[in-house]
Write a new protein. Sequence first.
Length: 155
Amino acid sequence: MVSRLSCLCCAFLGLLFLSGCATGSALNCISVSITSVGKGTGDSFDTIPVAVRFANENVIAVGASDTFHKLYLNGVYVGECRSHKPVGMQAEATVTEVLPFTIKKPDYVRQLALAGKLVNYEIDSRIDVYIDTEHLEVKPSHKGTLDLSPLLGAK
């Protein structure tokens, strides 16, 4: 009876060990969030720098060749970013990249920034990920709050 119980315990521990986020081609443990925004060039809100944090919760390192992001502020689509800059993500780590977002509704973004309040954001992303030679497409989405006052710069 003891040997049967110990076999079950060993099997359970083995399954627990093997059940990390990197199981075959089911690589879904990458998240994307926004940490801050910066002031764009001049007084234009047509392009703004956005600090995007990539979090790799997988037990293996991954590389992203292309990323595409759609940005919503208070539920309204305001812009997007397509980046061909490679992003390397170590296992169970984060990396932050400042990406230029093309703003489709600059007047709306300016109005939100002038209000001086935190805004709700949603970022929907598509990330082309490579693990060794395997290509996968990961589509994370994240909601949070964001301070837009840095868009106004120092006055």
